[in-house]
Design a protein around this ligand. Sequence first.
Ligand SMILES: Nc1ncnc2c1ncn2[C@@H]1O[C@H](COP(=O)(O)OP(=O)(O)O)[C@@H](O)[C@H]1O
Ligand SMILES: [Mg+2]
Length: 221
Amino acid sequence: MIHFQNVTKDFDNQTALKDISFSVDKGQMVFLTGPSGSGKTTLLKLIYLAERPDNGEIIIDGYDTSQIKDSGIPLVRRSIGIVFQDFRLLENRTVFENISIALRIRGIGEKETKTRTYDVLKNVNLRHKADSYPKRLSGGEQQRVVIARAIVPEPVILLADEPTGNLDPDTAEGVMNTFKNVHAKGTTILIATHNRELYRNTGNKVLRLDSGNLIGEEFGR
Ligand SMILES: Nc1ncnc2c1ncn2[C@@H]1O[C@H](COP(=O)(O)OP(=O)(O)O)[C@@H](O)[C@H]1O
Ligand SMILES: [Mg+2]
């Protein structure tokens, strides 16, 4: 589903990723870890084509991304859900509106939009907050809205960048349970985190970066 072969990415004179090769299979939940500055965010950006590699091959959902022109990026992004580090919710829109917008921009009709938005709100345990504004929600609730917005179009790949970065351990656990539910439905998930607690005892694949090098592939235990 995600395949990197000898990928290198430089910024100015600095190498952010060096000769990286790995694969994430369809339906896998994989963690990407490493200290701050090790290249996690850059690697995710290469997947959703916010950055392009200087060398190497990146295949996403069967597409050789080097063949995709900038004009084709929006189409590829339709199969990718992204949970950013900062929430980026629309403050003057309700929870329902923040999520349903992801369907409206895809031209999905009113009735289906409503059904799918309420379904996903149930999935993330926020059905009762549909009419609330983001400011009235806790950090964990806001993060679950962001996840709901990312998953409501049913992407084949879900990317998350430090999704529990600003959350206390209990709240982080709730957010991780949401990811587990999404994974159980068959979505391929890649989560960047420096928090070992997220993958400990999970048995999931963990890719470890250090200074732009992929220094290990292990399983969370
Ligand atoms: N747009 C950019 N311009 C210049 N350097 C960048 C840019 N984005 C990232 N970098 C550099 O690339 C390296 C990896 O950064 P990043 O991928 O954000 O790491 P992480 O997410 O693991 O903290 C860092 O040295 C960072 O300063
Ligand atoms: Mg980062």
